[in-house]
Write a protein that binds this ligand. Structure first.
Ligand code: HEM
Length: 176
């Protein structure tokens, strides 16, 4: 598949199958409810968070380099492919998994009543909005219509890191 093509039907099927397998796994865990389930959920929550954050830090860095590539050039097409793979294979599924495991932990532990988690929730919504914004910038690059300079994406590259530091401090220190 070349970089200029849109999401293929095969990719959509793969995405659907991954979703069905995840949903089946979640239902099996609810039904089975093994001892120590909470710690398993937390482990998978942290694994998903790591994958999400790795992608959220790498994608704007790719945008920075992509700004210097001539639209239509081989280099630009390679960046498009890298960005699409990163977004569809890592970032989007990792965000979905982070939310599923995070909400499950919040419900199971009843931490949702506590202020640190409410504050964390606001920050995670901001992080998710930034994710949505990155999808818009991604589409601009895919359609060769990006007008923003590399400096813009350099600054945007810092935002997920700042939000991640605040979120981790809140969840580990539980200050209020
Ligand atoms: C999507 C919404 C999210 C919800 C509802 C949520 C909720 C939770 C809950 C309830 C816990 C368990 C806390 C405990 O047992 O002490 C937890 C653990 C954790 N979360 Fe999240 N979380 C979310 C997203 C995130 C994000 C985006 C990050 C990082 C950027 C993150 C990082 C962590 C870490 C590092 C832990 C382990 C803390 C520890 O064991 O001390 N979470 N989360």
């Amino acid at each position: 598949m070349t970089a200029v093509e849109k999401t293929s039907p095969a990719q959509k099927w793969r995405w659907l199958i991954a979703l069905i397998i995840t949903a089946a796994g979640v239902l099996a865990l609810i039904y089975w409810s093994p001892q120590g389930l909470y710690l398993w959920l937390k482990a998978f929550h942290i694994i998903s968070v790591i994958a999400w954050m790795a992608g959220m830090l790498y994608l704007p860095r790719l945008f920075v380099y992509h700004c210097d590539a001539e639209p239509g050039s081989k280099q630009s097409e390679t960046f498009k492919l890298m960005e699409r793979r990163l977004l569809t294979v890592i970032i989007n599924p990792a965000m979905t998994a982070t939310w599923i495991f995070g909400l499950w932990l919040a419900y199971d532990s009843e931490f949702y009543r506590e202020h640190w988690l409410q504050a964390k929730f606001v920050l995670v919504i901001l992080l998710s909005a930034l994710h949505g914004q990155m999808v818009r910038w991604f589409r601009d690059f895919q359609n060769d219509r990006n007008k923003r300079p590399a400096k813009f994406y350099r600054v945007m590259n810092e935002l997920p890191a700042v939000l991640m530091v605040l979120i981790v401090l809140l969840v580990v220190l539980k200050p209020f």
